[in-house]
Design a protein around this ligand. Structure first.
Ligand SMILES: [Ca+2]
Ligand SMILES: [Ca+2]
Ligand SMILES: [Ca+2]
Length: 223
């Protein structure tokens, strides 16, 4: 006789409970999958070598998104392109040769003022920025503000193909940014229980400019 049989239902229930706990403890908060807020910009519109600056705003899974995009072409006539393609679910950036750019994506603010997220990230471990593809060196700055701006924490990092030599040119690259690596100034201690604004700045991090990349998703892993 199978001695396990009398305990089998309990065993299954126990297993389901463990799976349920595992699922909860591995929760992922999607900040943005870029399926909302279609937005296309080409800079500079005039083709003259100068800084251009535009912004848009839309609602996303992670809160209100405000977008700034600016470009500094070092060769007259060369351009920067931003395409938040909501059908593909991608934020694509393309720059011509010797064009430097800056893409700023802010959650928790709109064109009127703040739209606080009031998000508890105290049980979370890291931000995941999933690139569909990326070519040249890109500098990434993430800053979070808590308590309506009374606390702040930030981090600067880099991502490019050199840090992921094992994947092909058209393969996804995941940038993991751990919350324990953020710096919070003593005068503005961050409160991870009440994150109101998240800012992601991606800008040229190489000598020649010309970055091309696409962001598929920004999410937060908890824990
Ligand atoms: Ca996506
Ligand atoms: Ca708040
Ligand atoms: Ca390019």
């Amino acid at each position: 006789m199978n001695t396990l049989y009398p305990f089998f239902p309990q065993f299954i229930i126990g297993l389901l409970a463990i799976l349920s706990i595992t699922e909860n403890s591995m929760a992922t908060i999607v900040v943005d999958d870029f399926t909302s807020g279609n937005y296309i910009e080409t800079l500079p519109a005039s083709g003259v070598s100068s800084v251009k600056h535009v912004e848009s705003e839309t609602n996303t899974p992670g809160g209100f998104r405000k977008t700034h995009f600016s470009s500094i072409p070092l060769l007259a006539g060369n351009k920067s392109f931003l395409n938040i393609n909501t059908i593909a679910g991608l934020a694509s950036v393309s720059n011509d040769f010797r064009v430097n750019h800056r893409l700023e994506i802010i959650y928790g603010a709109n064109n009127v003022g703040q739209a606080p997220l009031n998000r508890d990230l105290s049980a979370c471990s890291k931000f995941n920025i999933q690139f569909s593809t990326i070519d040249l060196g890109l500098n990434v700055n993430i800053t979070v503000f808590s308590g309506g701006g009374t606390g702040r924490a930030s981090i600067a990092t880099d991502v490019n193909r050199d840090t992921h030599p094992d994947v092909g040119l058209n393969s996804p690259v995941l940038l993991e940014v751990f919350l324990t690596d953020f710096y919070s100034p003593p005068s503005l201690p961050v409160n991870w229980n009440d994150i109101d604004v998240m800012s992601f700045i991606l800008q040229t991090g190489n000598a020649t400019g010309g970055n091309d990349y696409a962001i598929d998703e920004i999410s937060i892993a908890c824990p």
